[in-house]
Write a new protein. Structure first.
Length: 133
């Protein structure tokens, strides 16, 4: 079945990605706890940025121009807006899907949606520490 091939392929790619980060940070003499925390923070931010990346990809495929905002400088550079509207809508969507799957008894999908929703909440709370780390 093709679905199993995709699952195995994604597990292999994720394992290679995490092991390369682990090896790279171990070579820089970073502690194991800090490495695991960095990998978790990176995964949370990546999961949070999925809708933004998706919208950007669709706009690029449709040849729509992007408007780039000027990045803040000086003291206002320290503050980063926690989430954009895309992430808020994504979080609400995930929570709705989580509730429906809980009612239907689809535990695997419920936990999957819950883990992504938790990563969005984590990123919204700790984005300034994660980005300025």
């Amino acid at each position: 079945d093709f679905g199993y091939v995709l699952i195995i392929l994604s597990i292999v790619i994720t394992t290679l990605y995490v092991s390369s980060i682990y090896k790279s940070l171990t070579n820089r003499y970073v502690g194991k706890y800090l490495i695991m925390r960095s990998i978790g923070s990176s995964a949370a931010v990546t999961a949070t940025l999925l809708p933004t990346i998706f919208v950007g990809t669709i706009k690029a495929l449709l040849l729509r121009r992007f408007r780039y905002n000027i990045t803040p400088k000086g003291s206002s550079e320290k503050f980063v807006k926690s989430l954009s509207n895309y992430e808020y809508f994504y979080l609400i969507y995930l929570l709705i899907i989580l509730v429906f799957n809980a009612l239907l008894g689809n535990l695997l999908t419920m936990f999957w949606c819950g883990s992504i929703a938790l990563s969005i909440v984590y990123t919204s709370i700790r984005v300034n520490k994660v980005v300025n780390y």
